[in-house]
Design a protein around this ligand. Sequence first.
Ligand code: 9PG
Length: 634
Amino acid sequence: MTSALLSRIELRFLDAAGNPSALALDAPSDTRESTASRDRLTLSAHLEQALGGTIVRASVVNRGTDTVRLRSAIFEVGTGFDPAAPARFLKHGYQSWSASSGYDVTASQTHPRDTANFITRLNHQSETTRPPEFAEAQTSELFTIVESQAAERILAGFIGAATSLSTLTISSPERVVARAILDDVTLAPGGHRELDPLFIAAADESAARMAARWADAAGRWMNARVNAPFQRGWCSWYHYFHAITEDALRANLKSLEAMRSEFPLDVIQLDDGFQSALGDWDTTNAKFPGGLKKIAGEIRAAGFRAGIWTAPFLAARDSRLMIDHPDWFIMHSETGQPVRAGHNPNWTTSDDKFAYALDASNPAYRAHLRHLFAKLTHDFGYSYLKLDFLYAAAAPGRRHDQNLTRGETLRHGLERIRAGAGDDAFILGCGCPLGQAIGVVDGMRIGPDVSPFWGSTASGAGDPSTIYALDAIIARSFMHRRLWLNDPDCLMLRARKTRLTADERAALAATIVASGGMLLISDDMSLLDAEAGKLFRTLAEISTKIDSNAASEPVLALDLMTTGDIRGLITETAVGAIAMILNRGDSPARVQTSDLKLDAREIAALDLAFDEKIEIFDTIDLPPHSARILRFKR
Ligand code: 9PG
């Protein structure tokens, strides 16, 4: 087994005159604190052996008489791999919607997003422009796994994220460069800053199991909220989109009340489309004449929990918020204008269709957040809060408080929302950089949006389509009940008003339930019949079973480091393993069960009508865009 080694830590900063400078600690020892100083700025570090690996703790103190600005802290980790042999790395995505998959380690430094527009880069990268030595093509967010040709693996990842965004760059197989991004924050004389801890481990286990090991460590370090009850709910978005009305919501509420035994749901969540303007979350537009408090009251009177969508770090030009508080925004450092963080013609009646990033480093705006979410929760009665487009809080630019990194700004904003909503509200993050939300949110969207069509493996990534959502659900299933409850996004069961085929709908359902994550449905309930209800109950049973096992035994991708046409998930339970095999490709496939590298066991296929077929399989035939759930008995 290989052993990974920290060889160097370098702190990069701007000195009192604004000139780039650096100080480095070579080969920090694991027995005592090592230090290095320059201009009376001191970097200290020590290593701890814990959680099956090494935790690197580092901090900075300014003992000088001038303020300095901190750019980044760089941690060089040797993998022990042959620099000349091929290797792969996991390129983990930045936020909820960003993709995660394995890539060859290569010298190539170009990535398709390098030439994408600003908002796309802001969405999917912790930095809109990467420094040349940390090319996007070679960079993973928050953690990575590097795998040699001999299937030796090392894990390197930050297990704390409260104080900075962070990346890992692999430009050659023998080295991982981990980096805490410090955004030129000021460190005044006498000031002290702890860096987020880095975790390094080598182990003889699958890549997915190593990822779960990282999530265990990060969840512990950051006091992850992992104990919320399993969530089952209805969401307005993937049938109605922006066209949702109060009447349509009420019609679904009536149906859900009547079909309670077929669709055992707890939460009814109103999504985007109710607000009077983007930024004004407590007032409604003409489609919702009753107002938010009345709607929550009706949902609760019917015996459900009321849920609501907001994008708390965004506002459009026509919002009261932006008109009244132009000084609450992150400002572009060159133009002095508010930073554009989204674009959506449905969000505003202004000619300007951009949405702007609010500055959560500003205490006045944070007080507003606290007040707003106290109102939505305690006054209006919403106890399930879907917070969306959260990446906006980490946009680059001039912020009110120069002492906060972008990562801290995001976290402070989230913490104020939690303070307003209270401990009992279920907070779901969406469009959210992952690390900063651990310990604040109860649930997290872990993939891009599903949609009422499949998409194509050949089409350019980025269009919402179900296939990309499935890839993300598979890759990030290990996070469930370690960092939060995973939200794999919604099931759609309707057979009309959709372009998903029956196989595609079942593949979406199978992937969601096999992941153990939350079970949300997004259909016009009047389109669903008794058969759909029977299917839903089955899905609820399977997902509850996998969820209740997930805290002790993670749900793992069969193929975290490669994305082929055949993908899968597996989890071990007391009575055997439950697996999901997906054919995401456009042609029929025959899978040899022996190729799945599972122990030879008796295999039963659970078709989704849950008529258990006890059969011994050597091969499984999968039509294009289809999935099967299998049970492997011991
Ligand atoms: C509401 C939706 C739903 C959905 C969220 C989020 O890049 N984009 O333009 C983009 C638009 C919408 C979107 C994601 C990305 O979806 O994930 O569940 O709440 O907002 O607007």
